[in-house]
Design a protein around this ligand. Structure first.
Ligand SMILES: *[C@@H]1O[C@H](CO)[C@@H](O)[C@H](O)[C@H]1NC(C)=O
Length: 296
C-alpha cells in the first residue's frame, strides 16, 4: 500500500514536471513590440501581462513564424468594467493578400458577457465572422484558447472544446491558408468606437489601467527556419520545403480532424453559444453575398 502511493506520487510528480516543462518561456518565444512598458514578462518568463490606459495599449508578437501548428495559450481577460477594450490573439502573415486566423475578446460592462469574435482571412479576404458567448467568466481564471491549423482544417478551441472548423475547400475553388507563414500576435487596445454594444458603451478610464494575462503558451508547430524552410516537431525536426507534403516528424495534429463525437460537441456549442454567423447574416442573405463555403 505504502509502496503504491509512492509510485502514484512519482507519476503525479513526473506529469506535473512534464506539464510545467511544456509551457514555453515568453522571453524565448515573444517580443513585446509596443506599449512603452505596459506589456511585461514576469515569473521567469512564465507569465505575460498587457496593459491599457488612456495613452496607449500594448502588444507582443512571436519571434517565430509558423506554417501549420497547434497553438495553445491560456488567457485571463480584463475584469470588471471592460467595456470598450479588445484583447486580440491571432495568427497573421504579411501584405495585402495575407492570411489571418483571429480570436478577439470584446469587453463589456460589469456583469455583462464578453463576446468571443472569430474570423478567418484567406488571400486578404476576411468577413467570415462568427461570434460566441462563453460558458464561463473569462476574467475569473485562465482558460486555454487554441488554434489547430493544418493543411485540411483550421479548428478553434476553447478549453479543448471545438467551436469552429474552417475546412480546406480548395477543391471547390475556395482559398485556404497554406503557403504563407504566420506569426502569432496579441494586443490589448481601446476600440470603444465599435467594440461594445456597437460602440454605444465607451471605455470608462476611471477603471484604468486595464490588464490581461497570459500563461501556458505551447506551440506544437512547423517553424520557419533559414531559407524559408520549415522545421516541425518540438525538439528534433526534419526540414522540408514549404508545400512539399507532410513533414516526417510533425505530431498527430498535422492530420487531425474532428471525430464524430467532437463534431457533435461543436454543433452543441454552436447551437447554444453562437450569437453571430456570417453564413446566416440576414443582410448578407438578402444581398446574396453569403460566401460559397457556407453552402458546402
Ligand atoms: C454586452 O452585453 C450586452 C447586454 O447583455 C450584449 O447585448 C452584448 O452583446 C455584450 N457584448 C458586447 C461586446 O457588446
Amino acid at each position: 500500500m505504502a509502496r503504491m502511493s509512492v509510485s502514484v506520487l512519482a507519476i503525479l510528480l513526473a506529469s506535473a514536471i512534464a506539464a510545467a516543462a511544456a509551457a514555453a518561456s515568453f522571453d524565448k518565444e515573444f517580443d513585446i513590440t509596443w506599449g512603452d512598458g505596459r506589456g511585461k514578462i514576469l515569473n521567469n518568463g512564465q507569465l505575460l501581462t498587457l496593459g491599457l490606459d488612456k495613452t496607449s495599449g500594448s502588444g507582443f508578437q512571436s519571434k517565430h513564424e509558423y506554417l501549420f501548428g497547434k497553438i495553445d495559450m491560456q488567457l485571463k481577460l480584463v475584469a470588471g468594467n471592460s467595456a470598450g477594450t479588445v484583447t486580440a490573439y491571432y495568427l497573421s502573415s504579411q501584405g495585402a493578400t495575407h492570411d489571418e486566423i483571429d480570436f478577439e475578446f470584446l469587453g463589456n460592462e460589469t456583469g455583462e458577457p464578453y463576446t468571443l469574435h472569430t474570423n478567418v482571412f484567406t488571400q486578404g479576404q476576411g468577413q467570415r465572422e462568427q461570434q460566441f458567448r462563453l460558458w464561463f467568466d473569462p476574467t475569473k481564471d485562465f482558460h486555454t484558447y487554441s488554434i489547430l491549423w493544418n493543411p485540411k482544417h483550421i479548428i478553434f478551441m476553447v478549453d479543448d472544446m471545438p467551436i469552429r472548423d474552417f475546412r480546406n475547400l480548395e477543391g471547390k475553388g475556395i482559398a485556404f491558408p497554406k503557403n504563407q507563414p504566420m506569426r502569432l500576435y496579441s494586443s490589448l487596445w481601446n476600440a470603444d468606437d465599435w467594440a461594445t454594444q456597437g460602440g454605444r458603451v465607451k471605455t470608462d478610464w476611471s477603471h484604468a489601467p486595464f490588464s490581461a494575462s497570459y500563461r501556458g503558451f505551447k506551440a506544437d508547430a512547423c517553424v520557419v527556419v533559414a531559407g524559408g524552410r520549415t522545421r516541425c516537431g518540438a525538439t528534433v525536426g526534419e526540414e522540408v520545403a514549404p508545400g512539399t507534403g507532410a513533414p516526417a516528424v510533425a505530431g498527430d495534429w498535422y492530420n487531425q480532424e474532428l471525430d464524430l463525437t467532437r463534431q457533435q460537441r461543436m454543433r452543441w456549442v454552436q447551437r447554444n453559444y453562437m450569437i453571430y454567423n456570417y453564413c446566416t447574416d440576414p443582410k448578407r442573405v438578402a444581398q446574396g453575398t453569403v460566401p460559397a463555403e457556407c453552402s458546402m
